[in-house]
Structure formats: structure tokens, C-alpha cells
Design a protein around this ligand. Structure first.
Ligand code: NI
Length: 302
């Protein structure tokens, strides 16, 4: 049922997102790597890139409540799976994670939680984080506060009913949410808004090998990786993705664990090397600083 409405939503979101935010470079052309920018678009045609949003312009008052990635000292990453749980694919994915003792974060859709509470319960029991992705995957950025509150409250309640605790994190569908909404949502529900910095565009069905390569090549320490456990090819891509990331030295943690490790980013070097050769693996790969927050306003998908 979920898949059937994606095309319509994509169209809606594309229109919305185009009007709101100059977009980051599309990961459809896999970025060479180190250049950390705003998260790429999702679930709609890649948006034409405008001038990159000036990170320095986003002066924040108060604690940071939106994250695309974080600065961490070690090789830690958080992989996230959106839009589920799915009745057969999510259990399959949980098996893959369990076999490797890896932790992930699931941004679940409330109505799917209501349909498959036992799968959510299993995911939580196995150490994964369960976070909110709204009740029915609408474009929150275009909705009234009351409607948004209802979407989030129902999902919060469904997650509480399934696993006994309420979520701490929220990812707006399509990444679409306004700064004002993020603020009151944080005040009301305590949620931090989680976007992403690695997007394999798996919803476009590029095939498992491409999904794997995009994730493996774009992940950096502190990355938050977006994927969808409602697509068979994405789940099919995961064993090799997990194994290749592990071989590069990455350690998988939940998003909340990653946030807890966040350090202030060091000052940017005055000159950025033009050749962005990626260090071969593990250890301390330099992580560019995180753009303060502008990204989350309206990016298609999530
Ligand atoms: Ni989504």
C-alpha cells in the first residue's frame, strides 16, 4: 500500500522542495567524498543545485536540534532505514544485522508500526533504535501544526505501545519541515530532527550494487546514512554494504549513540586540498564540519 502512493508524493514533494531550498549536490553523481555538503535530495527528481547554502549563515541559538551528520573522533557511522517496518523485508534485514552484530536505527511509519508491532519489538530487543517517521508519511512542511502534532503523537503512541518507550528522534518524510516546526516539535515531543548526509537514492531502484557502492563510497566518520527497508533491492544490498563498511574500519552505532559522541568540529583548514582523495580506510579520516542546520527545511524524502 505504501509503494502505491509514492509517485504522487514524489511529485508533490518535488514541487515543494524546489520552491523552498537551494539543493545540495546530487549524490546521483557520487561525490568524490570528503566535501560534506547538505544532504542530497531524495524521493523525487534530483533538485537542480542552486548556490550552496552558506553554512556560516545559520547562527543557532540554543542547543542544536537538527543533525545531518556529526563530528566524531572515531570511525563511527549510523545507518538508518526509513518507511517500514515491512512485513518480510524488515525481518530479513534484522537477520543480516544480527548475524554481524551491527546496530541500526529505524525511522518507522506509525501505521506500519500498528500493523507489525512485533517486528518493531524485535528490532528494539535486538538493540536497534526506533525513531519516528510520522504516521502516514505526509509532507509535514506543508501541514498545519495540529495535523503535524497528530501525526507525531499517534506514532509516538504506537511506538510506546510496541516497545514500551517513546522515541527520541524524528525524521520528517522527504526531509520536509520548517525551522519553526522543528522548534516546537522539539519543545513538545523532545525530538531531535535527524536528516542524513549519505543518500544512495535507493528509492530510484538503481540496483543493489549501485546502492552498495554509493553508501560505501560516501560514508565518512559521523555519517548518517539513509536507506529504505521497504525496497527489496536495498535489503539485498545490505550484506555486502555492511561487510565493506566494516572492512573499511567503520563501526555501526545508533543515531542516538552517534549524537552522544558528537564533538565540536575543529576549525576548518584555510585551504582545502583540491584533490579529495579518500584515505583508504578506517582510522582517522578527517571529517569536515557539519553545516549548522539549514538543510532540514525542505529536502525531498527520508
Ligand atoms: Ni520516508
Amino acid at each position: 500500500m505504501f509503494l502505491s502512493r509514492l509517485p504522487l508524493l514524489s511529485a508533490v514533494v518535488f514541487l515543494t522542495a524546489s520552491s523552498v531550498l537551494a539543493q545540495a549536490p546530487s549524490s546521483a553523481q557520487p561525490a568524490p567524498s570528503a566535501a560534506r555538503a547538505l544532504p542530497p535530495s531524495q524521493e523525487g527528481p534530483p533538485l537542480k543545485a542552486g548556490p550552496a547554502a552558506p553554512a556560516a549563515a545559520a547562527v543557532q541559538s540554543g542547543p542544536q536540534i537538527t543533525f545531518n551528520s556529526v563530528y566524531v573522533d572515531g570511525p563511527f557511522i549510523a545507518i538508518t532505514f526509513d518507511d517500514g517496518p515491512h512485513g518480510t523485508l524488515t525481518p530479513k534485514l534484522l537477520d543480516m544485522l544480527a548475524a554481524r552484530r551491527l546496530k541500526a536505527t529505524f525511522f518507522v511509519v506509525g501505521e506500519c508500526v500498528a500493523e507489525f508491532p512485533e517486528i518493531v519489538k524485535r528490532a528494539a530487543r535486538e538493540g536497534h533504535e526506533i525513531a519516528s517517521h510520522s504516521w502516514s508519511h505526509p509532507n509535514l512542511g506543508k501541514m498545519s501544526d495540529d495535523a503535524v502534532r497528530s501525526q507525531l503523537q499517534k506514532t509516538d503512541d504506537a511506538i510506546k505501545a510496541a516497545i514500551g518507550v517513546r522515541p527520541a528522534l524524528m525524521r520528517p518524510p522527504y526531509g520536509s519541515i520548517t525551522p519553526r516546526q522543528k522548534s516546537w516539535i522539539h519543545e513538545t515531543f523532545g525530538y531531535k530532527t535527524i536528516i542524513w548526509d549519505v543518500d544512495p537514492f535507493d528509492w530510484k531502484r538503481p540496483g543493489p550494487a549501485v546502492v552498495r557502492d554509493r553508501i560505501v563510497n560516501q560514508s565518512k566518520p559521523g555519517s548518517i546514512i539513509l536507506a529504505h527497508d521497504i525496497h527489496a533491492a536495498t535489503v539485498e544490498a545490505m550484506p555486502a554494504t555492511f561487510d565493506q563498511l566494516t572492512a573499511k574500519g567503520f563501526k555501526f552505532v545508533t543515531v542516538s549513540e552517534l549524537l552522544a559522541m558528537a564533538r565540536p568540529a575543529p576549525p576548518k583548514p584555510s585551504s582545502t586540498p583540491a584533490s579529495i582523495a579518500r584515505p583508504p580506510a578506517a582510522e582517522p579520516i578527517p571529517v569536515p564540519s557539519v553545516p549548522a542546520s539549514p538543510a532540514a527545511s525542505a529536502l525531498p524524502n527520508g
